[in-house]
Design a protein. Structure first.
Length: 370
């Protein structure tokens, strides 16, 4: 099994993919593509990628039998995923990718609260590792909100050459109704937190990641298509243009729906929902880096400080997770040592055999005395 360091590196790479999705989806929606149609096409394309992959993977492998209770649980998880995807693109359309990255930072707090309520996370502040995880979560969310809401003095000016190559208006909303976008994105964060908790239950009961990802993709495609047929009027909305729309759909299907979903399920199974949720604040830091390095954004002092605070909080959570795993390993070793010591202290002969031996010795002693 991979260690915590390897899992962390993989999760950071997934957050880079999520930053790219925010930018491409905003560009596609600005070109006139319906966010409902975008979700349907992306999941449908992902299904055609996952289906042959599942066939070849399980051709010579056995997978756990499917039950109706598992199907029902996965259907509910898929419904949460469909709603979260639709709410995300609706919120981005009302606000901006930056607002989406900011509001998604509420997800670790929602996930932590739900994990404590459901018993997946133990809130014991007497233990150092638990203290580090709690404090790190609060610090990371605070830094992410500061990164978004507080600009401060400009440190690095935007490069005009970058602005000519990339239309930064795609990254900023032309609409002024940020309040509605913020509410929608906040509810999306809560729905994602609920989904992570439910996914953890599902994947631990049925640890076949590729099979779960494929079935979930089927459900999401059907559910989002049903919603889109009601919400989207006219056949013209379903027509695709050979431009940024196809690129965004292909990117979302290949890297987001397929790869990211599988990695998230895998990480939820081995590390838990709070660990996975903590990478969302880090995603905003990565978005800031991409914006300054590749998109010609201006770097502000407030955002730099917010990014630094977010990273400190993130490392505090990771450190707490490392200490927690060390404590669990020590407890396992102590428990196995105690059981071994008890087995070593037990007599080699069973109790009834020992009693029989003592009775025979006593009988011989009486015969010799007589």
């Amino acid at each position: 099994m991979l260690g915590l360091k390897s899992v962390t590196v993989i999760m950071v790479m997934v957050e880079f993919l999520d930053v790219g999705l925010n930018i491409l989806s905003k560009a596609a929606i600005k070109e006139g593509m319906s966010d409902f149609v975008f979700v349907v096409y992306a999941n449908a394309l992902a299904f055609f990628v996952l289906l042959p992959s599942s066939f070849f993977f399980y051709r010579r492998r056995t997978y756990p039998p499917l039950s109706w209770s598992f199907i029902c649980k996965l259907f509910l998880v898929s419904f949460m995923s469909s709603g979260a995807q639709l709410l995300k693109f609706i919120g981005i359309n009302y606000s901006s990718p930056t607002m989406a990255s900011a509001m998604i930072d509420l997800m670790p707090a929602f996930t932590f609260i739900l994990a404590v309520i459901t018993g997946m996370e133990i809130l014991d502040l007497r233990i150092t590792s638990r203290q580090a995880k709690c404090i790190g979560t609060v610090v990371s969310i605070s830094g992410a909100l500061m990164l978004t809401l507080n600009k401060g003095l400009p440190l690095i000016r935007a490069d005009a050459s970058h602005n000519k190559l990339i239309n930064l208006q795609l990254l900023l909303s032309s609409q002024t109704n940020w309040f509605i976008g913020g509410i929608v994105l906040a509810f999306q964060s809560f729905l994602l937190a609920m989904m992570h908790i439910a996914e953890t239950w599902v994947i631990r009961d049925y640890p076949a990641v590729l099979m779960v990802t494929t079935i979930r993709c089927i459900f999401v495609t059907i559910q989002s298509a049903a919603i889109s047929l009601i919400a989207v009027k006219g056949l013209n909305a379903w027509k695709l243009k050979p431009d940024i729309e196809l690129i965004a759909i292909g990117y979302n299907a290949t890297f987001e729906v397929t790869l990211r979903t599988g990695i998230h399920l895998w990480a939820l199974n081995i590390k838990g929902p709070v660990y996975v949720a903590m990478f969302k604040p880090l995603g905003l830091v990565l978005a800031l880096f991409v914006g300054v390095a590749f998109l010609g954004d201006t770097l502000y002092l407030g955002r730099l400080l917010g990014a630094a605070i977010t990273v400190v909080g993130f490392y505090a959570v990771i450190w707490g997770k490392v200490q927690e795993e060390k404590e669990e390993a020590q407890n396992d070793q102590t428990g196995s040592f105690e059981s071994f010591s008890q087995s070593e202290g037990e007599p080699l002969l069973p109790k009834h055999c020992k009693q029989g031996t003592e009775e025979k010795s006593l009988a011989r002693h009486q015969m010799s005395s007589s």
